[in-house]
Design a protein around this ligand. Structure first.
Ligand code: ADP
Ligand code: ADP
Length: 236
């Protein structure tokens, strides 16, 4: 099954001095369900824009975006909001609520979108925290956590809505190498255990080599090259 399909997607930005800059210039890309795909390339190549096109955080100027069976580019506001719940996203800087506990950070999307009773909500939050190895930190605040733990909270929050797809924008760039390795293992476990499809933007070759089934090289807003990686589950 196909989890994500971009069909001739393009996106330009207006330049301050007039004119436009074409950040993504016609990308056709398919990600299969359960796959882990990396987007690599130089800074400014268009990787982050491409990732944000996958949940319509950026609207394409042309082309279509289909995720988990829904053609996002044809949906109205309300339908899009529902479809987006199947797409989790995590960021380099974690984007946690600083004044909320770990529990409340993970519960946040559920409180907004789901009419879930308190025991079910608690069970779901605890399940997601357990998935990322933070079952014992529910009462902590983000400031009390390490960078790796903060990113795990962000992953748990993304998983709370049971997404089919997890979009990761430089998720390890703020982490040291050891913490990076642990986080990649967590992402791999989530992919294996839950079947969540993962797309990850990174400029770190080691990250991509460890985690990805396939890599797309982005250059000047297009996919310059795509390649599959060898069985990365072999001992390193
Ligand atoms: P990458 O993730 O590969 O570093 P980006 O997708 O962030 O690349 O950016 C690609 C190009 O598009 C860059 O030149 C960037 O300045 C430009 N760009 C990205 N987002 C915007 C925006 N919101 N407004 C104007 N220019 C943007
Ligand atoms: P079901 O979907 O019927 O609950 P699964 O085997 O898919 O069965 O899921 C097993 C458990 O994992 C369930 O309790 C479910 O809530 C949880 N789960 C499944 N997918 C996700 C996900 N993407 N994120 C978080 N939890 C999930």
């Amino acid at each position: 099954a196909v989890a994500i399909r971009l069909d001739d997607v393009a996106r330009s930005f207006a330049l301050p001095g007039g004119g436009t800059f074409a950040a993504v210039r016609g990308v056709t890309l398919e990600v299969r369900a359960g796959e882990i795909v990396g987007l690599v390339g130089r800074s400014g190549a268009g990787k982050s824009t491409l990732l944000r096109l996958m949940n319509l955080l950026e609207r394409p100027d042309r082309g279509s975006v289909t995720v988990d069976g829904a053609e996002l580019t044809r949906l109205g506001k309300r339908e899009l909001r529902n479809a987006r719940r199947r797409i989790g996203m995590i960021f380099q800087q974690f984007n946690l609520l600083q004044n909320a506990t770990v529990f409340e950070n993970v519960a946040f999307p559920l409180r907004i979108h789901d009419a879930m009773n308190a025991p079910r909500l608690k069970a779901r939050v605890e399940e997601c925290l357990a998935l990322v190895g933070l079952a014992d930190r529910a009462a902590s605040y983000p400031a009390q956590l390490s960078g790796g733990q903060k990113q795990r909270v962000a992953i748990a929050r993304a998983l709370a809505s049971q997404p089919a797809v997890l979009l990761c924008d430089e998720p390890t760039s703020a982490l040291d190498p050891e913490t990076t390795r642990e986080l990649l293992e967590t992402l791999r476990d989530i992919n294996r255990q839950l079947g969540v499809t993962i797309v990850i933007v990174s400029h770190e070759l080691q990250v991509l080599g460890t985690l990805c089934d396939r890599v797309a090289v982005i250059e000047h807003g297009i996919v310059a090259e795509e390649f599959s990686l060898d069985d990365h589950s072999a001992p390193r």
